[in-house]
Design a protein around this ligand. Sequence first.
Ligand code: ADP
Ligand code: ASP
Ligand code: MG
Length: 714
Amino acid sequence: MQQTSSEKVEFPKGDTWSIHKFGGTCVGSSERIRNVAHVIINDDSERKLVVVSAMSKVTNMMYDLVCKAQSRDDSYIAALDAVLERHKLTALDLLEGDDLASFLLQLHDDINNLKAMLRAIYIAGHATESFTDFVVGHGELWSAQMLASLVRKVSGMDCNWMDTREVLIVNPSGSNQVDPDYLESEKRLEKWFLQNPSKTVIATGFIASTPQNIPTTLKSDGSDFSAAIMGALFRARQVTIWTDVDGVCSADPRKVSEAVVLKTLSYQEAWEMSYFGANVLHPRTIIPVMQYDIPIIIRNIFNLSAPGTMICQPSVNEFEDGQRLESYVKGFATIDNLALVNVEGTGMVGVPGTASAIFGAVKDVGANVIMISQASSEHSICFAVPEKEVKAVAEVLQSRFRQALDAERLSQVAVISNCSILAAVGQKMASTPGVSATLFNALAKANINVRAIAQGCSEYNITVVVKQEDCVKALRAVHSRFYFSKTTIAVGIVGSGLIGGTLLDQLRDQAAVLKEQFNIDLRVMGITGSRRMLLSDTGIDLSRWRDLQKVEGEVADLEKFVHNVHGNHFIPNTVLVDCTADSGVVSRYYEWLRRGIHVITPNKKANSGPLEQYLKLRALQRQSYTHYFYEATVGAGLPIISTLQGLLETGDKILRIEGIFSGTLSYIFNNFIGTRAFSEVVAEAKEAGFTEPDPRDDFSGTDVARKVISANFL
Ligand code: ADP
Ligand code: ASP
Ligand code: MG
């Protein structure tokens, strides 16, 4: 950045200024623009500069006009009319009187000029970059004017709009970037304020001029950058970027529904997150404000109660209260549509200049290298470039290294298409052992093949390249590993009759307490009866499970059911609860435990089948570090087994156990007193939930026998 002028400036720089930026999503309709005006009016800062984007999608519509015109597609005329119509309707809704009239006059004037310009582009079949920039920047001109008029109308305060092409001067700086000229911009701002002294200014985002006063833009998503440059020029107190999410999330909320809003991020972390695809903020936004330690706050215009994410210099004790590994990784981001280029060969080993020759060639075709990884044997270098640039890159490398390839000093220049980058970002990852191990472990568990790895020396990020089709799965897997509580449990309920149904209702009532007080997050991912089952990817709403099972349920299929409950690689633990009285289900336990699934069963057939089967099951369970709980097989869930177990473990000997071990028999003994038919009393016991599904199991003593056997195998 250039040094700012030491000469006295007239515009009152300093922390009386608060900068706001409203993205396209915030000004997408007249109702939303009204909302924005209220936020501006309610900010009680002494001075406010508001940077505003074009209404959502308008910039793309404008680019599309230019594309159409230069490919001689005359539908650009109708498309321009649509742009006019959208702004006209918005203005009619927001403004009135002279303000409305003068805006509409300006709008029509602009549209006529654009029509003439697009016509020229149509005839020439070509648009220069500055023509294009001139056309596309109109969205910002219109939204800024409408907003300024509205703020004046609603609040009566003095509010000017600023065409930033008059004040913001930037130089092109290769690969589609620009470099602000702070000195010149400051001079022009000073002049602007002399002519328009105001404490509330609505400025256009995205657009600027070259030092030769030719209109240009700050390139896509440039309004964030505009706001940051203004923040630096004004030495503002803070820059608030308003958008449609509660802040920077630990991952793109569209891809990871579990993503959490981050309270704070350091400048470096924000830069890394946005560089690697978190488009909530443009990476260039960080640079201007970082110089002056100006915080950026990302906030949601649609949820004013959310505090947002603060991007600033990290405080020294930020992590003092939690040294969990999880807190070292702040977030994850991904970039799609990449290709990996792999240059390989023994001839590269120890030969100085190979890397320079490779990247020199890549630069010559103007490709953007997103990450690089070199094998430490120097045997290969691989790097990622955008898919659309890879053809040119491969061609230039093939031709530059023709000789080396022919002489087999290089074995190949290989291209792997359809790749994505997944980056884990966090300043505190530096020098913390275990972060990469955890990351790779999560990827391995989700069965994701990693094609390339890079870690910056700063250790602010670890980057892996995966196949594009695996990317969302990889993102969810690593995110859940770092962000889910370790006690998130995927639960599958087999049998949704009396026992299963009661358990589900208990889980429903208890879920919040378990989560809040015990940090246990139970998610029922599947419920299956003998005929119908209900599956979910994220957790069934237990307040409606009965209805959902009827309406959304499908034909029961135990294999598919288990696959769904356990197939979610993002949840570290799976539990299947067998609430049936079916020995067929019991025969599956072995396989479940073998797959690392914990089993809980109130099914008495579980432990009372063939002894050999039981012993095999317990041996496997010990080996596989899985849990096998069956407390509820005895005493209707009273802690009998665990009590006996505790006694035995601490050296007591059990001499005798006495009692009535059948709830059904007990009920019958108490109620069959000769006044009613036996069958009636049995029906009553069944109704009350005492009996086995087939009460004969109770009368024959089989059920008691099973309990005794279960309790015996402690
Ligand atoms: P605006 O028009 O306000 O500039 P953008 O569409 O440019 O809005 O940016 C906001 C969007 O960024 C969000 O709606 C969200 O879908 C997306 N996004 C991607 N990654 C993240 C992330 N890590 N945190 C928050 N939002 C993200
Ligand atoms: N309107 C511009 C774009 O869509 C700038 C911005 O919104 O940040 O790229
Ligand atoms: Mg944006």
